[in-house]
Ligand binder design. Structure first.
Ligand code: C5P
Length: 238
């Protein structure tokens, strides 16, 4: 597969105008953009429509977590918007996960639009073993990630969002067809920012990530398209 089909650029800004500037500059190199809570809370569905207007696809990163009926309705709304990929929290439980999958397939059949790929978020990479203990989870982070990845797969979702460190254990537990989308990716030449457990684009590809998510190393570079091209070269192993 072409590395361009595997790189997702995070549009982390409160400004729709700034997001559009990035999409315009990058759309010859990058085909998928991530719309997250900051941009969606400011600009709403117009952010998704803006990316589509530039013939690119959207990963809607809103990490839904609520009662099954509410999450199912939100998944229907995202399916109607025509997003390519979206996500929910695995800790919402099996019923919530199954309802989300069913809602997506029902809406995509009714509206004759492709079903978005649905990912589960297992354990946020900002959480440690100690944080889990504080909220009553006695398992270590990696054991909890593995357990939730299996639950996500059994519930019929397409894959998970996972740190580079966890790709191996998830592949082992869930097999080759399960999608793994990895954020926290930093090329050697970029600042790490607040990302701690980082991985390079080449390592992420080598470990078997299906997609990588990169934000600031591209959007905050003085030359975003040059930075994106360098990352695509690294992903291709050059
Ligand atoms: O700028 P940066 O490359 O760190 O952006 C990474 C993006 O991926 C952000 O939008 C962030 O919210 C998201 N993300 C992450 N770590 C996770 C899940 C999502 O950094 N575990």
């Amino acid at each position: 597969m072409n590395p361009s089909d595997k790189l997702i650029v995070a549009l982390d800004t409160p400004s729709l105008a700034e997001a559009e500037k990035w999409v315009k500059e990058l759309s010859s190199l990058v085909k998928i953009f991530k719309v997250g809570k900051e941009l969606f809370t400011t600009a709403g569905p117009d952010a998704v429509r803006m990316v589509h207007a530039h013939q690119c696809r959207v990963f809607l990163d809103l990490k839904f977590h609520d009662i099954p009926n509410t999450v199912a309705s939100a998944c229907e709304a995202a399916t109607r918007l025509g997003v390519f990929m979206m996500n929910v929290h695995a800790l919402g439980g099996k019923n919530m996960l199954i309802n989300a999958v069913q809602a997506i397939h029902k809406t995509s059949a009714e509206k004759n639009v492709p079903a978005p790929k649905l990912l589960g978020v297992t354990v946020l990479t900002s959480l440690t073993d100690r944080d889990l203990k504080e909220v009553g989870i006695s398992k270590k982070v990696d054991q909890e990630v593995e357990k939730l990845a299996v639950l996500v797969q059994q519930s019929g979702l397409d894959g998970v969002v996972a740190s580079g460190q966890d790709i191996g254990l998830i592949r082992k537990a869930a097999g080759e067809k399960f999608l793994i989308v990895t954020p926290g990716v930093r090329p050697m030449w970029a600042a790490h920012g607040d990302q701690k457990r980082i991985i390079t684009p080449k390592e992420a590809m080598g470990r078997g990530a299906d997609y990588i998510v990169v934000g600031r190393p591209i959007t905050q570079d003085k030359n975003p398209s040059e930075a994106a091209q360098k990352i695509l070269n690294e992903m291709a192993g050059n």
